[in-house]
Each structure stands twice: as structure tokens, then as C-alpha cells.
Design a protein around this ligand. Structure first.
Ligand SMILES: Nc1ncnc2c1ncn2[C@@H]1O[C@H](COP(=O)(O)OP(=O)(O)OP(=O)(O)O)[C@@H](O)[C@H]1O
Ligand SMILES: [Mg+2]
Length: 413
């Protein structure tokens, strides 16, 4: 077959000037026609491809397979692209290979099938594609490395954060401890300075009483006025009692603050216990003041810490007497209710102004109507702490100008 197979001049022109290589192959695989671009691609001169077998333009390794492929195509010719999804390689006359892209079509000339292959040399595109793939691969590697680095850094950072958090919480704990010990020290200092100022104030009166009574005792002794002498001896005694009481208060508070007060459970025969206390408080009652006691017969024996209970009642009775006029009565009673023992200390004294009542158990607090009645404001605070120690509760009711009842309850035993 020759050039005259292309029927019209126009087709011939197109065929010649196509930028793709075109090869027409007959059924036995010989090239019937090739355009100049195809000849150039494979390194052949004008007309030299004609008659060459198609397989000789393929690298050796593809040739066998290609014969079968070509026969199959001839049996069912239809236009299509070749080698979709894989690289096709072609062979130049000088034996070098180059990548190609091929589309197939066919035509029939005088009953024979002519297969047309449109061939593009894609070496350049491949180069670019390869370069792109490589840089893409590099990018992926780089991204993976970066990710790894970020991961490592994040781990390190997380560890640092955990460490920092630990440090911060430890530092906070330490600060809290320092703050607490400062606070305790401040409270202790406050207590000490309060003690000094209160002691210097509270000690002055009983001390000056002691001084004047002692010099009077001497005078009365010289004049042999023994009854007056006795009176002043009693004054000295009660002044010393007062001083002892103040010191005891501070000592109790100190021990309570340090948690050094230990309690035990003693059996107490209640009526005789109240009678004893009544005896003891006689020394500080004002002229004409009386203490009455009442204890129901069913409340015979209770179990609690004797010293603590005595201290509480002593403090409450001392207040009842101190904040009542001479000649008034103080009533001390006990009763059993819901497995608890209730104690009441009732007086007919000056009462407590409503505004002051909520502060009554605070350390050093003294009500506004306490005036120049001696006191440190520690007694009730200590009472509250003692009552807590024996699992009790303390409270009071009071009417200003009329009197008060202080009461507390403790477990019966
Ligand atoms: N029975 C009472 N009647 C009226 N006021 C009272 C009575 N008991 C306590 N108060 C008031 O409560 C304040 C606090 O009492 P608390 O016993 O704690 O201290 P104080 O009697 O002043 O001093 P201290 O008992 O330490 O010698 C008193 O100053 C007083 O104003
Ligand atoms: Mg008191």
C-alpha cells in the first residue's frame, strides 16, 4: 500500500502536518504508512518506516505480548487509548527507549483493516511528572518527619507542663503551709500581746487590793481589831483567787490551742457533784448571792470527764454571779432528755444586749454592758472549747436587764 490510500488531498495534508506521530498498520503488523513526526520519533528517514513491523518499534520484552494484543484488536477493532494506567515504552532505531502515549483507531481500506496509532512522545511530561512525584514524595517524607518532630516536641512539652504543674502545686502547698504557720504565729502573738495588756489591766485591781489590805491588816493587828483583820485577809484571798483564775484561763486556752487537753470518762454522781461545786463557788459570790441546785432523782450517775464538766460549770456560775447584783440568786439544774444530760445556769443579772449575743463565744469578746466589771472575755470561749471536747453543745437565752440562762447538753454516758 502506498500514499495513494489516503483518498483526498486534504486528508493527506492533515496526516502530514499532525503534531502527533501517526502510524498505519495492516493486519499482519507491517507499517503501511507513517507521517513525518512518527518517522522522526523513531529516528527513521522519509518513507523508511514503511514495511517495518510494528513490534520492531517496541522494546524486546513487550514484543510477544504485543502480537497477541494486535491480533485481538484486529478481531474487535474499536477506537481506544492504549496502556491506560501504565507506562508504555517505545524503541528508537538507535535502540534507546522513550515513553509514549498511544491512541488507537482503525479504518477499512478495500476490505482490509488498517489500524491507526496516534503516538506522542511524553518524555518531557514524564520528566516533569517524575520530578513532581519526587518532590511530592520528599514533601510527604518531610511532612512525616515534621509530624514526628512535632509529636516529640509535644511530648516534651507535655512532660514539661506536668512537671511545671507539679512544681506549682508543691509550691502552693508549701506557701499554704508557710501562710498557715504565719497565721498561727500571728494569732499566738496577738494572744500574747492581748494577754500582756489584759493582764496588766486585770492584775492591777486585785494587786492593789492585796497591797492595801495587807497594810490595813498590819494596822488592825497593831490595834488588835481582829474581825477587820479577817475581812482583809479574805479580800487578799479572793484577789489571789481572781489572779489565779485569769492565769488558769490563759493556761487552759494555751493547752486547748495546742490540742493538749486529754479527756477521760469518769462516773459522776450528779447531785453530790453539784453540791461540791456549790461549795466551791461560795468564795466568789457577792454579798447575799445564793446558789440553788436541782437534779431529778432519775439522773443519778453520768459518765464524762469530771475536770472538764467542773470547769464549764465553774465558768458559767462565775459569770452568773459576776453579772448579777449582790443578793440575787443563781440556779443550777440538770435534766435528762433524749439520752443527753442538759445543764442550766440561770441568773437574774444584767442580761446581754441583743446585738452582742452572736459574738458571745468569741475570744476576748465582752458585751457593751460589761462596763467596769472585771473580765478578759476568755471564759465563754474556753467553755465552748471544753463543751466541744466532751461532745456537747452550748447555748443561751438572755433578756437585757432581766437575766440569762446558759445551757449545754452532753451525752449521758
Ligand atoms: N451571765 C451573764 N450575764 C450577762 N452577761 C454575760 C454573762 N455571761 C457572759 N456575759 C457577757 O459575755 C462576755 C464574755 O463572757 P466571758 O465569760 O467570755 O468573759 P468575761 O466574763 O468578760 O471574762 P473572764 O470570764 O475571762 O474572766 C462578758 O464580758 C459579758 O459581757
Ligand atoms: Mg467569764
Amino acid at each position: 500500500m502506498d500514499f495513494s490510500l489516503v483518498t483526498s488531498e486534504a486528508y493527506r495534508e492533515i496526516f502530514q502536518s499532525m503534531s502527533e506521530g501517526i502510524i498505519m498498520v495492516n493486519e499482519s503488523g507491517e507499517i503501511a504508512l507513517a507521517n513525518p513526526v512518527a518517522e522522526q520519533l523513531f529516528g527513521f528517514g522519509r518513507g523508511e518506516l514503511t514495511g517495518v513491523t510494528l513490534e520492531s518499534l517496541l522494546p524486546e520484552r513487550y514484543r510477544k505480548g504485543h502480537v497477541k494484543f494486535r491480533q485481538a484488536f484486529n478481531g474487535d477493532p474499536h477506537p481506544r487509548r492504549m496502556g491506560f494506567g501504565r507506562d508504555l515504552m517505545a524503541l528508537r532505531r538507535d535502540g534507546t527507549e522513550f515513553p509514549v502515549e498511544i491512541s488507537l483507531s482503525y479504518t477499512q481500506v478495500q476490505g482490509d483493516i488498517l489500524v491507526m496509532a496516534f503516538i506522542s512522545d511524553i518524555s518531557q511530561r514524564k520528566l516533569v511528572e517524575d520530578a513532581l512525584r519526587k518532590s511530592e514524595e520528599q514533601l510527604i517524607v518531610y511532612a512525616a518527619e515534621l509530624e514526628k518532630k512535632v509529636e516529640l516536641r509535644t511530648d516534651a512539652l507535655n512532660q514539661t507542663i506536668v512537671k511545671l504543674e507539679q512544681e506549682v502545686s508543691e509550691r502552693k502547698k508549701a506557701e499554704e503551709e508557710v501562710r498557715r504557720s504565719f497565721e498561727r504565729e500571728r494569732e499566738l502573738n496577738e494572744l500574747k500581746s492581748k494577754f500582756v495588756s489584759i493582764a496588766s489591766h486585770e492584775f492591777r485591781t486585785p494587786l492593789s487590793t492585796v497591797m492595801s489590805s495587807v497594810s490595813l491588816i498590819k494596822q488592825y493587828k497593831d490595834r488588835q481589831e481582829y474581825d477587820k483583820q479577817d475581812k482583809h485577809i479574805n479580800r487578799v484571798k479572793s484577789s489571789v483567787n481572781q489572779l489565779t483564775q485569769i492565769l488558769n484561763d490563759f493556761l487552759s486556752l494555751g493547752k486547748l490551742e495546742e490540742g493538749k487537753v486529754e479527756i477521760q470518762s469518769d462516773p459522776i454522781i450528779l447531785q453530790s457533784f453539784l453540791d461540791e461545786i456549790k461549795e466551791e463557788v461560795q468564795s466568789f459570790l457577792k454579798d447575799g448571792q445564793t446558789v440553788t441546785t436541782a437534779c431529778p432523782p432519775d439522773l443519778d450517775e453520768i459518765w464524762t470527764d469530771t475536770r472538764t464538766l467542773r470547769n464549764i460549770l465553774y465558768n458559767l456560775i462565775s459569770n452568773a454571779s459576776k453579772y448579777s447584783d449582790a443578793g440575787k440568786q443563781v440556779h443550777v439544774s440538770a435534766e435528762s432528755k433524749n439520752s443527753r444530760v442538759f445543764f442550766y445556769v440561770t441568773d437574774e443579772g444584767i442580761g446581754i444586749p441583743a446585738d452582742d449575743q452572736k459574738h458571745l463565744f468569741d475570744r476576748f469578746f465582752r458585751a457593751s454592758n460589761a462596763g467596769n466589771i472585771q473580765g478578759t472575755g476568755l471564759g465563754l470561749h474556753i467553755v465552748k472549747r471544753y463543751v466541744d471536747l466532751i461532745s456537747g453543745e452550748v447555748s443561751f437565752t438572755s433578756t437585757y436587764g432581766k437575766g440569762s440562762t446558759f445551757y449545754f447538753s452532753i451525752p449521758q454516758g
